[in-house]
Design a binder for this molecule. Structure first.
Ligand SMILES: [Zn+2]
Length: 254
């Protein structure tokens, strides 16, 4: 089986110094990011509905993504996929299937570089090139951006704000990239229960999230949760017919 080019780098999602042994699913950066306006940086969805926002980074993957899509379809669950542009270009059939089956698309850069090690011009190029490809799939001209490895260089953040591009972070890290046995991942998630509106970080470039979700989706459904794509940001996308967030629900959250 081919090794996914980004897979070995994904531990970088973990904030420096955050010990795996602690297994805290909530990123430290959240302490700061949660205070920013959510039209700029999204960390959670509305908390007044029993909904979880499953998000998958680094796909599409030719083997794992279709199996994950089968599982989600089985449970009538929708999610958001933050695609790496060059992977979507390589697997257009899977990328189209995501849209056809009602999932949301997000921008995870073209080639998943270290954003804090490249120029801002290159950062923007990575994002814009991916957006053009995503637009050809779902018709929307601007997609939420999830920074590779969670890196948020200030210059880029300000540019996103200026251009009306939302940065989509997460509130709950499944730790599915840590190569732990699925039983350990599941135990970890059970021990720190998700809450309504959480944005759950997962990856579809390995079987880990699939194995985790085979167990957790039924449990979450039994607890009353539904699964939806992240609400589309109001603004430029409205004219493309994208679903708009429920404004009143979103105001209900601090
Ligand atoms: Zn990534």
């Amino acid at each position: 089986m081919a090794t996914h080019p980004a897979a070995h780098l994904e531990s970088g999602h973990r904030p420096p110094g955050e010990a795996l042994g602690g297994a805290n699913p909530r990123p430290r950066k959240l302490r700061v990011l949660r205070w920013l306006p959510e039209r700029w940086v999204l960390t959670t969805g509305p908390a007044n509905r029993q909904v979880l926002y499953l998000t998958f980074d680094d796909g599409p993957h030719p083997e794992h993504t279709p199996r994950l899509l089968d599982l989600l379809a089985e449970h009538d669950a929708r999610a958001t996929f933050f695609l790496i542009g060059e992977h979507a270009e390589r697997h257009p059939d899977i990328a189209s299937r995501l849209v056809r089956e009602g999932h949301g698309l997000g921008n995870h850069s073209w080639s998943h570089p270290h954003f804090d090690r490249i120029t801002q011009a290159r950062q923007l190029e990575e994002i814009d090139r991916t957006d053009r490809l995503l637009q050809s799939l779902d018709g929307r001209d601007c997609h939420d951006f999830r920074p590779p490895r969670g890196a948020t260089p200030i210059g880029l953040m300000i540019d996103c704000l200026r251009r009306g591009r939302r940065v989509a972070y997460w509130s709950y890290d499944s730790l599915d990239y840590t190569q732990r046995a699925p039983a350990d991942l599941i135990a970890g998630v059970r021990s720190r229960p998700v809450q309504a509106g959480e944005v759950v970080l997962m990856h579809d470039d390995s079987a880990h999230s699939l194995e985790l979700l085979r167990v957790m989706i039924p449990e979450w459904k039994a607890a009353g949760y539904g699964f939806e794509p992240l609400p589309v940001r109001r603004g430029r996308d409205d004219r493309a017919g994208g679903a708009s967030p429920d404004a009143s629900a979103r105001r209900g959250r601090a």
